[in-house]
Ligand binder design. Structure first.
Ligand code: URA
Length: 288
């Protein structure tokens, strides 16, 4: 907006604010300009990430530790957002695996994700959505990715789908104190677009380490994306749902029940009868 109190298209600042409020009220979640803006080039305007040790920095860039040692001249300052993120590079996923493997607690894993730079989703998301619920719970739920409400609050499943999930859990006597919830991605994809394979590749090592550290008795995979990622399969959710499978995370194996995603059930309420069957199967396993 111009300093004169008017925007470039002639609206006063108050008018522009009212227009934005109107759009938000109408359900608009993302504002796109007519022309693309390379925000990676606007490094000065972007907050700098917290400083990290040289070793962690090297790991996160996927490079080897600097053999020149601590006395070597400091490298030129890097843009806050890397102009080319090595996402397509399998090295980024390997780097993620190395970073995640070094975490021995959930707090360390959260910190590591908070400073992990090799996934571009972190630059468009407002918050890291790490987890909700009870890490001591017997049951761990894995959803797809945060949506707008989750991004704003930094917690998984707090929007409409989350409210339905809470009702589904309540139907078999569970609540957020008796489950632990994460997503296959800890950052919201812009505009809720479908996550790319590269985004998943770089985030999955953290998800697997998360499962390993929580070490639940069993998993529920919410929706096709979660089931495909966790079971490393291309089979669709309609064929997978309701059948107990095995998820491997690190050295461990976990019984896992794929089921329908609550957001899908909001769109297709008639399918709730299938989800109910799955919930009964889950209840029987918890009681068995
Ligand atoms: N859908 C998901 O898969 N995860 C959330 O956290 C919210 C909606």
């Amino acid at each position: 907006m111009a300093g004169s109190g008017n925007t470039e298209n002639g609206l006063s600042n108050a008018e522009a604010a009212a227009l934005i409020a109107f759009h938000v009220e109408a359900g608009v979640t993302d504002f796109l300009g007519d022309e693309p803006v390379n925000r990676y080039a606007l490094a000065d305007a972007t907050p700098q990430p917290a400083p990290r040790s040289a070793e962690t920095r090297d790991l996160q860039r996927g490079s080897r530790p600097d053999p020149r040692g601590a006395d070597a001249p400091a490298p030129a300052p890097r843009a806050a957002v890397p102009s080319s993120i090595p996402l397509e590079d399998a090295q980024a996923a390997e780097t993620a695996r190395a970073v995640a493997a070094r975490c021995t607690t959930l707090a360390e894993l959260k910190d590591a994700l908070g400073s992990f730079e090799a996934c571009p989703l972190r630059y468009t998301a407002k918050n890291l959505v790490f987890a909700d619920g009870n890490p001591q719970a017997r049951l761990m739920l894995i959803g797809e990715a945060p949506g707008r409400d989750e991004d704003l609050q930094g917690l998984p499943f707090v929007g409409r789908a989350g409210q339905l999930l809470d009702r589904m859990l309540a139907a078999i006597g569970l609540d957020r104190s008796s489950v632990y919830i994460i997503n296959t991605l800890p950052w919201r994809p812009p505009g809720n677009r479908t996550p790319t394979p590269a985004e998943h590749a770089v985030c999955m090592p953290f998800v697997e380490r998360h499962v390993e550290l929580v070490n639940p008795e069993m998993l529920v995979l919410l929706g096709g994306v979660s089931a495909k990622q966790m079971l490393r399969t291309d089979t669709g959710i309609m064929r997978l749902r309701g059948k107990w499978a095995t998820v491997r995370a690190g050295e461990k194996e976990f019984p896992a029940l794929p089921t329908l995603h609550p957001a899908y059930l909001l769109r297709q309420p008639a399918q709730k009868r299938l989800a109910w069957r799955d919930l009964l199967s889950l209840k029987a396993k918890l009681e068995g």
